[in-house]
Design a protein around this ligand. Structure first.
Ligand SMILES: Nc1ncnc2c1ncn2[C@@H]1O[C@H](COP(=O)(O)OP(=O)(O)O)[C@@H](O)[C@H]1O
Ligand SMILES: [Mg+2]
Length: 418
């Protein structure tokens, strides 16, 4: 055996790592306590797109039901198979009971249908023929299904409705796949700003002032402006907007009031925000931003779920030593050498990946030492059924140090000893 390649001595690459004392320690996040506490009434999962907000929401709801609570999870865009396994095959915009055999509590799930929620509000707040007018208005159709922020706004609406019904003791809210973390919190304001907007007021001034007769109160300059806008946007669209806003006028106050009420609801005791991220720069940047934003708005943050981490099966062997050992095994040759070297290399890659993930997590914790963290390992495949959700729920709510490697669930790799 070539002695010179032997993985000699402890921690051979110490100089590549940051000084040990700089490694920040994240606080543990006790999600079992959060979701079982009777004081917790609303949990909002937010974060960048694709990080696991919907899955986390569903897994926490399942855990809560299995802990005896009556819970409803409001999902926004569940992956198809997850929706199916929760019985959410139709968009009926109302919660449905999910059968969880043996659970002492109740799990209900619903998928937000943004347009239906919007339609319901229109119907509830206007006369039947007025409602029909609005619902058929092409501008309304476009706004209710595609206006940026509508989905966020409707999620807030629905949350307000679910909470007001007092039917559940815990509501878990998934949030839309916003490009910007700002969107969810901004939705109510943006919606009222939109309805209130100067542009809309200008465009609809003639209609508001009472059709043609009102025209004489409008300046000549505005008429020119209006004609140009008409040309650009098309006369029909302008008339649509005009009719829509006039019709919506009656409900105007209602929108804003409820948006404000829901916003206040989010700030009340009993509501907790959970920021979800994956150990990737973009997702963690978004998480950072969300943490700052929540604190600026004085919204209560429970902590960060660091989802889809890749902890190695053992942390006893470093990447460097595993790579060294792989070479050694290959050089020595013999039966099974390739296989053993391959396994060692896989371990080395996994250790390198975990170290990278840990570095990113450490950077987050350095910036936000007050934010509690829970890591959730990546499952082998997608999480699309109750069994998968249960595994994820255990990772989210299980005892802190109870991992295969004994590494606390605030981390991907063990903390460096100073
Ligand atoms: N811990 C995990 N392990 C493996 N796959 C996961 C995990 N968490 C989420 N996923 C998968 O990642 C995808 C995105 O998750 P999803 O919850 O829909 O994200 P988001 O709601 O944030 O957009 C889904 O296919 C889901 O099954
Ligand atoms: Mg989602």
């Amino acid at each position: 055996m070539p002695e010179e390649a032997a993985p000699a001595g402890p921690a051979p690459r110490q100089h590549h790592r940051p000084a040990p004392h700089s490694a920040p320690q994240a606080l543990p996040l006790d999600l079992a306590d959060l979701i079982t506490s009777r004081d917790t009434r609303i949990v909002v999962c937010c974060g960048a797109g694709g990080v696991g907000k919907t899955t986390t929401s569903a897994a926490l709801a399942l855990a809560a039901a299995e802990a005896g609570r009556s819970v409803v999870v409001l999902t926004i865009d569940p992956a198809r198979r997850l929706a199916q396994s929760l019985g959410l095959v139709e968009l009926d915009n109302e919660p449905r009971r999910v059968d969880v055999p043996g659970a002492p509590g109740e799990l209900h799930a619903m998928m937000l249908d943004m347009k239906r929620t919007f339609d319901d509000i229109v119907v509830a707040h206007s006369t039947p023929e007025r409602a029909e007018q609005i619902l058929e208005n092409p501008f309304y159709v476009a706004l209710s299904s595609s206006f940026a922020g509508t989905q966020e706004y409707m999620a807030m609406e629905k949350l307000g409705q679910l909470r007001a019904s007092e039917q559940w003791d815990l509501i878990i809210v998934d949030t839309p796949p916003s490009r910007s973390a700002l969107d969810f919190l901004d939705a109510p304001n943006r919606m009222s700003r939109f309805l209130d907007g100067t542009m809309i007021r200008l465009l609809t001034a003639p209609a508001r002032a009472g059709g043609r007769a009102g025209m004489r109160f409008v300046s000549a300059g505005f008429l020119v402006f209006s004609r140009i806008i008409s040309k650009v946007l098309g006369g029909q669209l302008l008339r649509d907007i005009s009719a829509f806003v006039s019709a919506l006028d009656t409900m105007f106050g209602g929108f804003r009031e409820r948006a404000t009420a829901t916003y206040e609801l989010l700030r009340r005791p009993g509501t907790w925000f959970l920021v979800v991220a994956t150990p990737e720069p973009d997702a963690l940047r978004e998480a950072s931003y969300f943490v700052d934003r929540l604190s600026a708005e004085e919204m209560p943050l429970a902590g960060l779920v660091l989802n889809r981490t890749h902890p190695p099966a053992t942390t006893a062997l470093s990447a460097t030593r595993a790579d060294g050992a792989a070479e050694e095994v290959l050089e020595a040759g013999g039966e099974g050498a390739e296989l053993a070297a391959g396994a060692l290399r896989v371990h080395a890659e996994r250790m390198t990946l975990a170290a990278r993930e840990q570095r990113l997590a450490d950077r987050f914790t350095s910036a936000h030492p007050e934010v509690a963290v829970r890591t959730v390992p990546a499952a082998a495949g997608d999480v699309h059924d109750l069994d998968g959700l249960r595994v994820m729920a255990d990772a989210l709510t299980g005892p802190d140090g109870d991992t295969p490697t004994g590494v606390p669930r605030t981390r991907v790799l063990p903390a460096r000893r100073s």
